[in-house]
Design a protein around this ligand. Structure first.
Ligand SMILES: C[C@](O)(CO)[C@H](O)COP(=O)(O)OP(=O)(O)OC[C@H]1O[C@@H](n2ccc(N)nc2=O)[C@H](O)[C@@H]1O
Ligand SMILES: Nc1ncnc2c1ncn2[C@@H]1O[C@H](COP(=O)(O)OP(=O)(O)OP(=O)(O)O)[C@@H](O)[C@H]1O
Length: 285
């Protein structure tokens, strides 16, 4: 078998999340600042010239045909008519359903990697169109830049923000994204802002109060964390994050995290670690 090429699949957090309206198809018009992180899953690829796509590392609780990795590979095959295939491996490090984009990032890594390894040469804009059909959080991982996003999350304007460190903590409860977006108590009329008006203090996560009311452990974790640093929920939860100016302070708080919670420390990156690694591989080949 050909060698397996491993690529990173980074996490994101939403530094803020405003829900500004709802489209006729039910999806929400939102504004958010996607912060890419230097921590994530790893995905391995062994490509071949048969059209079969196999996931060699099954994921507990996710049927193969529902796995976003398989959905992404098949969507790319269908879009391009390619007869190439791949055996795909995963080292999962990110918690699933945590609001940090694990599955979405996996899908984006597959699209970018197979576009390169199958020599399809689709531009990023076309890959972002395919990505949007897989999920609202996938396009930002294709764009590969920390940025301000609008629409359903697919209109992305890269934004330079100071390098910061994040403690990302998970309360160990599951929050369903569709359930939150369908909830009657979700606020849906936040006034839109311009990207340059963003500050952490003047923004919020519109899903946070609702999720805290539904899941007491999210509220408890935030109450603990905010004592140390500015803190907020990411996406529709259940993970939350706290913002630090350096790694040492973040690690110090992580060490004190109560046992009932899990967490990790990550650095915010302007450019996705995936894009950097993929460029290195392609330059060397
Ligand atoms: C909350 C965020 O994580 C913020 O980054 C994303 O908006 C959610 O992204 P995602 O998990 O990739 O979302 P999808 O898989 O596309 O959609 C999950 C569910 O969330 C709802 N959804 C999602 C995005 C959006 N802008 N409006 C929505 O109403 C949809 O009804 C859908 O049923
Ligand atoms: N490759 C994958 N990795 C993780 N979850 C996957 C994958 N493929 C499908 N899923 C399904 O997607 C659900 C959401 O997982 P994911 O980790 O993407 O959530 P999330 O962090 O809340 O994402 P987002 O922030 O994009 O809403 C999981 O519960 C799982 O059933």
């Amino acid at each position: 078998m050909t060698d397996v090429i491993w690529l990173p699949s980074p996490a994101k957090i939403n530094l803020f999340l405003h829900i500004c309206g709802q489209y006729p198809n039910g999806y929400h018009n939102l504004q958010t600042l996607f912060q890419l992180l230097d921590v994530g899953d790893e995905i391995g690829f062994a490509v071949h010239d048969r059209a079969t796509i196999e996931l060699k590392t099954p994921m507990a609780g996710v049927a193969e045909q529902d796995n976003l990795i398989i959905k992404a590979a098949k969507a790319l095959q269908i879009h391009t008519g390619s007869n190439c295939g791949a055996a795909i491996f995963v080292k999962k490090h990110l918690p699933m359903g945590g609001g940090i984009g694990g599955g979405s990032s996996n899908a984006a890594t597959v699209l970018l990697a197979l576009n390169a390894f199958w020599k399809l040469n689709l531009p990023l804009t076309e890959l972002m169109d395919i990505a949007t059909t897989i999920g609202a959080d996938v396009p930002v991982f294709i764009r590969g830049k920390t940025g301000f996003a609008e629409g359903i999350g697919e209109i992305i304007t890269p934004m330079d923000i100071p390098e910061q460190w994040y403690l990302v903590a998970n309360p160990g409860v599951h929050v369903s994204t569709p359930d939150i977006f369908q909830h009657p108590d979700l606020p849906r009329n936040t006034q839109m802002i311009k990207a340059h008006e963003y500050s952490f203090e003047s923004t919020r996560n519109d899903c946070q109060n609702l999720v805290c009311n539904l899941q007491g452990k999210v509220a408890k974790l935030l109450q603990w964390l905010v004592h140390y640093a500015p803190s907020r929920m990411t996406g529709t939860g259940a993970s939350v994050f706290a913002v630090f100016n350096n790694k040492h302070e973040a690690q110090n708080v992580l060490r004190q995290l109560p046992n009932e919670f899990k967490g990790f420390v990550a650095k915010g990156t302007q450019t996705s670690v995936l894009h950097t690694k993929l460029e290195d591989i392609l330059r060397a080949s």
